[in-house]
Ligand binder design. Structure first.
Ligand SMILES: *[C@@H]1O[C@H](CO)[C@@H](O)[C@H](O)[C@H]1NC(C)=O
Ligand SMILES: *[C@@H]1O[C@H](CO)[C@@H](O)[C@H](O)[C@H]1NC(C)=O
Ligand SMILES: *[C@@H]1O[C@H](CO)[C@@H](O)[C@H](O)[C@H]1NC(C)=O
Ligand SMILES: *[C@@H]1O[C@H](CO)[C@@H](O)[C@H](O)[C@H]1NC(C)=O
Ligand SMILES: *[C@@H]1O[C@H](CO)[C@@H](O)[C@H](O)[C@H]1NC(C)=O
Ligand SMILES: *[C@@H]1O[C@H](CO)[C@@H](O)[C@H](O)[C@H]1NC(C)=O
Length: 377
């Protein structure tokens, strides 16, 4: 009885919304940090600097890992590895969730971001920043702007998601500048990520969010034998062009801006990848955009290194990704990744989430779905 009551109390506490003054302690862990990748380059006037290295935090359960696969988390644009530490409402984040369940967790700051240094002029004349209003529109309060049909269903962000709300302010304060150069960003994270895989030295689960969702296929392509599985949280997409916020061309290699290994080989993606646009599937409840994939003839080129990997692509109900992530999942499947699953949260009975799902009120519930998938690998 006492135990049951205690469990009820603990469960209620875990589900309650926190705020920045109600701080839950993170799960205990041992922390190490290191830098991977990078090289000495000329400073242009006789000396040298070290460039393109990536900051990594290794968080290990105190009693040692009990799960076979470490998890490597790669944040999205304007963000850093703090995304997976405690949440801006003070609650426990996904790093704690998985550490408490026996996983070794690695958090990176992408190259040129956060604690990973940037040499002025490299990749861009100056860094870019998202305004608070863009973050409200796309991430924390899409329901107030209604820029895509599913936006109105957003309910899971703690607080009203706008300037002046303590949770929003805590989150926006954690946003940092970024170097807006997709090819340079992807090439350097792929190179440093491959070094990180070598250092870990056993198969890992690569988890990428948003712009960071471009990185797991690139790192896995470089180190297929060190990749156990890939989890993509609303990865940048859909293939070949943007959607919803812009329709501009992007990702000429389908999923990425830099080369992936296809068979037959792709030398010039604009001609070698023959594209075809398929109409949006008839779908009474969701607004979906048309989908550009490879044509069926000639036979679609195959992502040979990724093909055997279990891939889970997660999409929330209210995000700007809801209209197009289905197409990114189809691209993987068509290119030979037959173990790709699209987890659309409403289909699992989880409603009201936006793009920053791992910071929202029900983040543990969503983490539980991922854990269920991982532990069946
Ligand atoms: C490059 O390194 C040289 C040798 O240390 C130094 O004299 C020079 O000031 C450096 N240039 C810049 C731009 O920092
Ligand atoms: C991106 O960065 C690379 C490496 O610094 C540079 O060569 C390239 O010109 C940059 N691209 C753009 C569009 O600025
Ligand atoms: C959100 O909450 C903050 C703090 O209570 C308040 O200042 C702000 O006006 C609210 N914004 C909206 C759009 O309701
Ligand atoms: C992966 O392992 C297989 C079997 O051991 C081996 O043949 C292959 O060369 C390895 N691939 C890489 C990229 O290391
Ligand atoms: C993208 O294209 C669609 C279909 O033509 C159009 O409805 C939409 O307004 C465009 N979006 C942007 C941001 O240009
Ligand atoms: C609508 O499309 C989404 C995305 O493909 C899918 O997850 C959902 O199940 C579909 N809903 C219906 C009613 O078919």
């Amino acid at each position: 009885m006492f135990i049951q009551t205690l469990l009820l109390v603990i469960t209620a506490a875990a589900l309650a919304t926190c705020n920045p003054s109600c701080r839950e302690r993170e799960a205990p862990y041992v922390r190490d940090y290191f830098y991977v990748g990078g090289q000495y380059v000329s400073n242009g006037s006789g000396g040298h600097i070290f460039a393109e290295q990536m900051y990594v935090e290794q968080l290990s359960p105190i009693a040692g890992a009990t799960q076979p696969y470490p998890m490597v988390f790669i944040h999205g644009q304007g963000q850093t590895g703090t995304n997976f530490l405690n949440k801006p409402d003070g609650g426990r984040g996904w790093a704690s969730y998985f550490i408490a369940r026996g996983y070794e967790v690695y958090l990176v700051d992408q190259t040129f971001r956060g604690r990973s240094p940037w040499q002025p002029g490299a990749g861009a004349v100056e860094p870019s920043t998202y305004s608070a209003e863009v973050i409200e529109q796309r991430f924390t309060a899409p329901q107030l702007y209604d820029l895509w049909p599913q936006a109105s269903t957003h309910t899971q962000w703690p607080g009203n998601g706008t300037i002046g709300s303590p949770v929003f302010d805590a989150f926006y304060a954690s946003n940092v500048q970024f170097i807006n150069n997709a090819t340079y960003q992807e090439a350097t994270v792929q190179a440093a990520g491959a070094k990180l895989m070598d250092r870990i030295g056993k198969p890992v689960i690569l988890v990428g969010h948003s712009q960071g969702g471009i990185m797991p296929p690139l790192i896995a392509d470089a180190r297929p034998n060190l990749t156990a599985a890939i989890i993509l949280l609303e990865p940048s997409g859909p293939p070949f062009h943007n959607a919803v916020t812009s329709n501009s061309s992007a990702r000429p290699y389908g999923l990425t801006d830099v080369p992936l290994t296809y068979r037959p080989a792709v030398t010039d993606p604009t001609t070698d990848l023959v594209k075809q646009t398929y109409p949006a599937p008839a779908n009474a409840t969701e607004y979906l955009v048309p989908c550009t994939l490879q044509a069926e003839t000639p036979a679609p080129r195959q992502l040979v290194n990724l093909a055997p990997k279990p891939i889970l692509l997660l999409t929330t109900q209210a995000s700007y990704h809801a209209p197009y992530d289905y197409c990114t999942a189809k691209y993987y499947q068509q290119a030979g990744c037959t173990k790709t699953e699209h987890l659309h949260l409403p289909d699992a009975g989880i409603y009201g989430n936006g793009h920053m799902v791992f910071l929202e009120k029900n983040s543990d519930v969503v983490a539980g779905l991922l854990r269920g998938w991982i532990e069946k690998l």
